[in-house]
Design a protein around this ligand. Structure first.
Ligand code: 1MF
Length: 183
């Protein structure tokens, strides 16, 4: 994945736990890189090693780290030069999710090594929808749950998110059910 992803993990850890903790995490992950380059593509394995190491050092499960990271990604990209791309994707959760493939297509135009996931949503009713998540990558569904929470926060929408289908449990793809809490 592009270095932007590893930089976001670094920023999340450093802002919450400090730089020393980050150095420990990198060391344990056997990652000997001082500065990640935003525009350079790094092996996915490196990102996974960082997540696993962070989970050990921080005493969280890898899924919890990924979920926290998903939430952070929404804030991080908005503050690191991608505010406009995010703004263009919509001003409510439904619209944004429906536009995610367009967003990735736009980013991928300039960065050919992007391997974008794909998202398809279907409206179940006025207050609930289903999101199908397709990816070249394995094991990132917890991050998607975090991304959804981050987006709900961005749009100040209260939602309940449940994963109803799980690739790690043998399903063809991951499906999330999103329920708007009425208030
Ligand atoms: O292949 C990739 O390197 C890659 C990196 C990040 C693919 C996708 C993403 C973004 N995605 C991360 C989870 C990927 C899960 C998977 O592959 O199955 C999050 C997608 C997302 C979901 C909900 C809400 C917002 C989301 O992301 C918005 C977004 C997406 C991509 C970028 C920024 C915001 C982006 C921008 C530039 C990138 C990489 C990603 O790379 C650069 C950066 C600077 C210069 C050149 C390239």
């Amino acid at each position: 994945m592009y270095g932007l992803v590893n930089k976001a993990i670094e920023e999340m850890v450093c802002s919450r736990f400090g730089e020393e903790t980050w150095e420990t995490i990198k060391e344990k992950a056997d990652v000997d890189i001082d500065f990640f380059m935003t525009m350079e593509a790094y092996p996915d394995d490196l990102t996974h090693r960082l997540v696993h190491s962070a989970s050990e050092v921080l005493g969280m499960s890898p899924d919890e780290v990924l979920q926290a990271f998903g939430e952070y990604w929404v804030i991080y990209t908005a503050s690191e030069g991608y505010a406009q791309i995010l703004d263009l994707a919509g001003d409510n959760l439904r619209e944004f999710l429906a536009n995610l493939d367009n967003l990735h297509a736009r980013v991928g135009l300039n960065f050919p090594q992007l391997q974008p996931p794909s998202f398809q949503c279907t409206d179940n009713s006025e207050n609930s929808m289903e999101l199908h998540y397709y990816s070249h990558r394995q094991g990132l569904a917890p991050m998607v749950k975090g991304l959804l929470k981050g987006l709900a926060c961005r749009f100040q929408t209260e939602v309940e998110i449940e994963q109803t289908s799980d690739r790690t449990q043998g399903a063809d793809n991951d499906v999330f059910s999103i329920h708007y809490k009425s208030n």
